[in-house]
Design a binder for this molecule. Structure first.
Ligand code: GRF
Length: 209
């Protein structure tokens, strides 16, 4: 049997996406293993949750540090853990170009809107205030720009008349928890490739080109 692919999870906060990935692995829905969980914040509940579940959980504090220096330390920890894929799960840091280059097309992120709509902070609030009728979440490869790399998978969520920020964010989060493991499975399966900005299924030889 082929060895399980190793994930490195980076988080800064609550960690519900990390836990959803861990649950998907535990239940056999996602074939992978979590090799390391790294937080840049000591007070991240996700870091504590990772420790409690017995994961290799490390704190690499970012406060007051030069981005490149902090990133180098995170890259070293991920390399040491021999990760195949880096998953940003509520990681509130823009990655340096060196970080992106260290894992080409091997870093993914989840964002709570249908990109390219509403990148950046408070995406759910942006969607609600703009008045869109449909929003959702996006799992994408990470490049050096914020919420910008090729899109792997999106899930839609309707905005209901009675929605407030809390109810909308909660329904989007439910979809995030499904979407992230699905997208990770797709990337690890090696069945997709990035062509220009598009993530498409690799064509079989018989189909030509
Ligand atoms: C999620 O909404 C995710 O899309 C965004 O940050 C939030 C993290 O939530 N990037 P959690 O820490 O995974 O619960």
């Amino acid at each position: 049997m082929a060895a399980l692919k190793k994930l490195g999870i980076l988080l800064s906060g609550r960690g519900s996406n990390f836990l959803a990935i861990a649950d998907a692995i535990q239940s056999g829905r996602l074939k992978a293993e979590i090799a390391i969980v790294i937080s840049n914040r000591a007070d991240a509940p996700g870091l504590e949750a990772a420790r409690q579940r017995g994961f290799n959980a490390q704190l690499v504090p970012s406060k007051g540090r030069v981005r490149e220096e902090h990133d180098a330390e995170v890259i070293a920890a991920l390399k040491q853990a021999q990760v195949d894929l880096v998953c940003l799960a509520g990681y509130m840091r823009l990655l340096s170009p060196d970080f992106v280059r260290a894992f080409p097309n091997r870093i993914v992120n989840i964002h709570p809107s249908l990109l390219p709509a509403f990148p950046g902070m408070d995406a759910q609030k942006q969607a609600l205030e703009y008045g869109v009728k449909i929003t959702g979440c996006t799992v994408h490869f990470v490049d050096e720009h914020l919420d910008h790399g090729p899109i792997i998978l999106q899930k839609t969520v309707p905005v209901l008349d009675g929605d407030d920020l809390h109810s909308l964010a909660e329904r989007i989060l439910e979809q995030e928890h499904v979407a992230y493991s699905e997208a990770i499975g797709l990337v690890l399966s090696d069945k997709v490739e990035v062509r220009e900005r598009r993530v498409v299924h690799k064509q079989s030889r018989a189909e030509g080109k």
